[in-house]
Design a protein around this ligand. Structure first.
Ligand code: ADP
Ligand code: MG
Length: 463
C-alpha cells in the first residue's frame, strides 16, 4: 500500500496524515546513528498512519522481532516528536518489493537467490581432497565415520547428525566427505556457521531476507560446520532455529559439527540445544598411536602419488612422529610436511634427533609454558634454591640465574614485562628489561652462557 491510497482513504478512517516519512527517516539517522539506521531503520516504511498509531512495514519476521526488541520504544518516541497523538506502533511484514512498488516482481527474488548462491558458493565449495576414501578410520573416529557413511546411504535415518570433537580431529573433513558423496543426487548446502552469519547479516542489510530464507531452505542436505559459533548471538540463533525447523519439517538431512556436545553449548537457547541433540550425537576423540601411524602412512602414499617419489622417511621416524605428536591430526600432518620438507632440502633421510630439532619450534609454539616452570627448571639447572633465586640478594651466582629466568620468561611466554616482574618477587619491569638486555648481550659473546641457555630451554621445551 502506498501513500496515495492512504490519502484517498484519509476521511473514511480515523486517519490523519501528518507524518513525512522522509523527514522522519532523516531524524532516525541522526538519533540512532548511521550504522543502526542503515542496517535496520532505513528498511522500514510507513504503511498506514492512523491518529493514534502507525503501521510500519518491515521485510521479514526476523527483522520485525529484532526491531521490536531493540528499537521500538525509541522509534515511538521519535514519531511522537512529529505527531504527539501516536501512542502505538504496529509492524507488518511485507517484502521489500511490495513496499516499494506495491507488487512483488516475479523475477527479482530468483535473481537474488542466484546472486546469493554465487557468493556462498565462492566460500563454501566442497573440497575434493577431503573425502571418505582418504579419511583414515581408527578407534577415536569410527562411530562418527560409520554414522556419516550411513546417512549417505539412508538419508535422514539420523536427523540431525551431530558430530563433535576438539580442533583438528577431522570434523570438517568428515562433513565435507558427506557433502561430496551426496552432492551428485541432492541439493547440498555446506556452510560454516560463521559464513551463515555473514550471509545472514548481509541479507538483512541488503534487505534480502526473503531470498536468504528461500535459499537455505531449498537444501535437502544441510551441513553446517562449527555451530559453536552461534553461542551468544541471539539474532543468529533465532534465524538458525527457524531454518533448522523448516528443513527438518520437510525431512531434509541436517548435519552439524561442533567443538563440544549440544548440552555444553552455553549461551545457546535451550530449544536449539534440544533440537541439536534430537537425532544422533557422536564424538571424535583424540587419535591413538595406530590411527596416527595409519594417517602418516596414508600421507606417504599420497606424497608418492603426487610427487612420484618417496618422501624418504624411515619407519623409525614415522614411528617417532606417531608416538610423539600429542594433540591433533592437523598438527600431525603439519609435522609430517615439515619433516618431509627438511628431508628434501637436506637431501638425506632424517633420524629421530633431526626430527626433534626440526619440531622444537612446533612444540614450542603449541606448548603453554609457565613462568613457574621456567623458574623451577632454571634454579634446578644451577643447583640453587628457588627462594634464593627469587630473593633480593645480589651475589652473582644468584643474580645471573635470576636474570636468565627473566630472559626466558620474556622469550618463551607471552607475559608482559610488568607481569614477569611481579612473578619475580614483585620486581619492577625495568629490572626485567635490564635482565633481558644483559643476557642477550652475554649470550652473544659468551659461549658457555649460550650453551646453558640452550640447554635450559630444551629442558623446558621437552619436559
Ligand atoms: P576439525 O574440523 O575437526 O578441526 P579437520 O577436519 O579440519 O579438523 O582436520 C584437520 C586436518 O586433519 C585436515 O587436513 C584433515 O584432512 C586431516 N584429518 C583429520 N582426520 C583425518 C583422518 N581420520 N584421516 C585423514 N585425514 C584426517
Ligand atoms: Mg573444522
Amino acid at each position: 500500500m502506498d501513500k496515495t491510497s492512504l490519502k484517498t482513504n484519509a476521511n473514511t478512517l480515523s486517519e490523519e496524515s501528518v507524518l513525512n516519512w522522509q523527514i522522519i527517516q532523516k531524524d532516525f539517522e541522526k538519533s540512532f546513528g548511521t550504522e543502526v539506521y542503515s542496517s535496520w531503520l532505513k528498511n522500514i516504511l510507513l504503511v498506514k498512519e492512523y491518529n493514534h498509531y502507525v503501521i510500519l512495514g518491515v521485510p521479514t519476521r526476523f527483522f520485525r522481532d529484532w526491531i521490536t526488541s531493540r528499537y521500538a520504544d525509541k522509534i515511538l518516541s521519535e514519531l511522537k516528536k512529529h505527531k504527539l497523538s501516536i501512542n502505538r506502533i504496529e509492524f507488518k511484514i511485507v517484502g521489500k518489493e511490495k513496499l516499494e512498488n506495491g507488487i512483488i516482481s516475479p523475477d527479482s527474488n530468483k535473481n537474488k537467490i542466484m546472486e546469493m548462491k554465487d557468493s556462498i558458493l565462492n566460500y563454501n565449495r566442497l573440497n575434493n581432497n577431503l573425502n571418505f576414501d582418504n579419511f583414515v578410520v581408527g578407534q577415536s573416529n569410527k562411530i562418527a565415520y560409520l554414522s556419516a557413511k550411513k546417512i549417505c546411504t539412508q538419508l535422514s535415518i539420523y536427523n540431525p547428525l551431530f558430530i563433535y570433537g576438539g580442533v583438528g580431529l577431522g570434523k570438517t573433513h568428515l562433513m565435507n566427505a558427506i557433502g561430496l558423496e551426496l552432492s551428485s543426487n541432492n541439493n547440498v548446502m555446506f556452510i560454516s556457521a560463521e559464513r551463515f552469519m555473514y550471509q545472514f547479516i548481509k541479507s538483512i542489510k541488503k534487505n534480502e531476507m526473503v531470498s536468504f530464507k528461500d535459499f537455505f531452505r531449498r537444501a535437502n542436505v544441510f551441513i553446517i560446520d562449527d555451530i559453536q559459533f552461534i553461542r551468544g548471538k541471539e539474532g543468529l540463533q533465532e534465524e538458525f532455529f527457524h531454518t533448522f525447523n523448516s528443513l527438518f519439517d520437510k525431512s531434509s538431512q541436517i548435519v552439524i559439527s561442533s567443538d563440544r556436545p549440544p548440552n555444553k553449548l552455553d549461551r545457546v537457547q535451550d530449544r536449539i540445544k534440544s533440537r541439536l541433540s534430537g537425532g544422533l550425537v557422536v564424538d571424535i576423540g583424540l587419535p591413538d598411536y595406530d590411527l596416527k601411524l595409519n594417517i602418516l602412512r596414508k600421507k606417504i602414499e599420497e606424497f608418492q602419488k603426487s610427487f612420484k617419489e618417496h618422501p624418504n622417511l624411515s619407519d623409525e621416524v614415522v614411528d617417532y612422529l606417531a608416538k610423539d605428536t600429542k594433540s591433533n591430526i592437523r598438527e600431525l600432518i603439519g609435522v609430517f610436511n615439515r619433516v618431509v620438507a627438511f628431508s628434501k632440502m637436506s637431501n638425506r633421510p632424517l633420524n629421530i634427533n633431526d626430527c626433534k630439532i626440526i619440531l622444537k619450534d612446533v612444540y614450542n609454539s603449541i606448548k603453554i609454558i609457565s613462568i613457574d616452570k621456567i623458574q623451577n627448571v632454571t634454579s634446578n639447572f644451577f643447583s640453587i634454591n628457588l627462594d634464593e633465586m627469587l630473593s633480593q640478594r645480589r651475589s652473582r651466582p644468584l643474580a645471573r640465574p635470576r636474570q636468565i629466568a627473566m630472559y626466558l620468561a620474556k622469550k618463551l611466554t607471552t607475559r608482559s614485562l610488568p607481569e614477569i616482574g611481579r612473578k619475580f618477587a614483585n620486581r619492577d619491569h625495568t629490572t626485567v628489561i635490564h635482565a633481558v638486555k644483559t643476557i642477550d648481550k652475554l649470550s652473544k659473546n659468551d659461549e658457555q652462557m649460550r650453551k646453558n641457555i640452550e640447554e635450559i630451554k630444551s629442558i623446558i621445551l621437552n619436559d
